[in-house]
Design a protein around this ligand. Structure first.
Ligand SMILES: [Zn+2]
Length: 281
């Protein structure tokens, strides 16, 4: 009796460890693909062809050069063929994707919620770096996120998703409407006040439609709240440190990405805390 119980426990622990390792490796692999997206999508290049090559010498990279993170460490951050330094950001994006996947798996376990959140966050990691580099959010990524948003939307009709809590079929649609609508309003007000369309970029507005689908309406409001508050705090700090001109353009995409990720991890807890502590509901 005792032995079989221990075996059961051993098997369960082994399976959990196996799952976490698989998720970490999947994150590294997807992160490696996201690197390709981050560098090629802004230049309108294909993310499939040609095969990855060194930016300096153009040598096509072999399988041994493309093992996420490990190749970078093994080659000490240099191209095997010409010795050119490779940006540590490639390895960073891979590690970051892996950590994001692990945290989502820790939160949602083996579930459709995990698959959906990992998909959205993958697209958003590409958005994060492209917006930082080029101050644009490519339509291709918005479309990729929208297409993926069909999964949680359809699944929710049949079985409840953790993130929506209720099973109302229109919940994700209302999320998309609120996210998109609110940012559109901010963009219009920004345009009227500052007479520039740079207060809120079109990419930011569009991006919140798929985020709304994935998060449902309540968590969309939480994500909007976190994105605006964190962007506001960072803006004020930058202004105080005089790192930024008052009217200079502000990259909002990365705050949307971080706000969405935080909402996936702690959105409901934050909402419940807010309702019980501040509103005494
Ligand atoms: Zn090279």
């Amino acid at each position: 009796m005792g032995t079989s119980l221990n075996l059961g426990l051993l098997f369960e622990t082994g399976f959990t460890v196996f799952c976490y390792i698989s998720v970490a490796l999947l994150g590294l692999l997807v992160g490696s693909f996201l690197n390709v997206c981050i560098y090629r999508i802004p230049n309108d290049e294909s993310v499939v062809r040609p095969r990855s090559h060194c930016m300096k010498c153009g040598h096509t990279l072999g399988a041994l050069d493309l093992v996420p993170v490990f190749s970078y460490l093994f080659l000490k951050g240099r191209c095997r063929y010409c010795g050119e330094k490779i940006s540590p950001r490639y390895a960073l994006v891979e590690l970051l994707t892996s950590v994001v996947y692990l945290l989502l798996f820790w939160k949602y376990g083996l579930s459709v919620d995990f698959l959906a959140s990992a998909y959205l966050m993958s697209v958003l990691i590409a958005v994060f770096f492209i917006d930082l580099d080029h101050m644009i959010i490519p339509n291709k990524l918005v479309v990729a996120a929208l297409v993926g948003g069909v999964l949680p939307f359809v699944y929710n009709i049949f079985r409840p998703m953790d993130i929506y809590v209720d099973r109302k079929w229109w919940n994700p649609l209302l999320g998309a409407f609120i996210g998109f609508g609110f940012l559109l309003l901010v963009a219009i007000v920004g345009y009227l006040v500052y007479k520039t369309d740079e207060a809120m970029g079109g990419g930011d507005v569009k991006l919140f439609a798929p985020i709304g689908l994935f998060l449902g309406w309540k968590m969309t409001i939480v994500a909007l709240f976190i994105s605006f508050v964190s962007a506001g705090i960072v803006s004020i700090v930058l202004l105080l440190l005089k790192k930024k001109e008052r009217r200079s353009t502000f990259v909002f995409g990365p705050f949307i990405v971080m706000g969405t990720f935080f909402t996936y991890l702690f959105g409901w807890e934050l909402l419940e805390w807010y309702l019980s502590t501040l509103l005494h509901v």
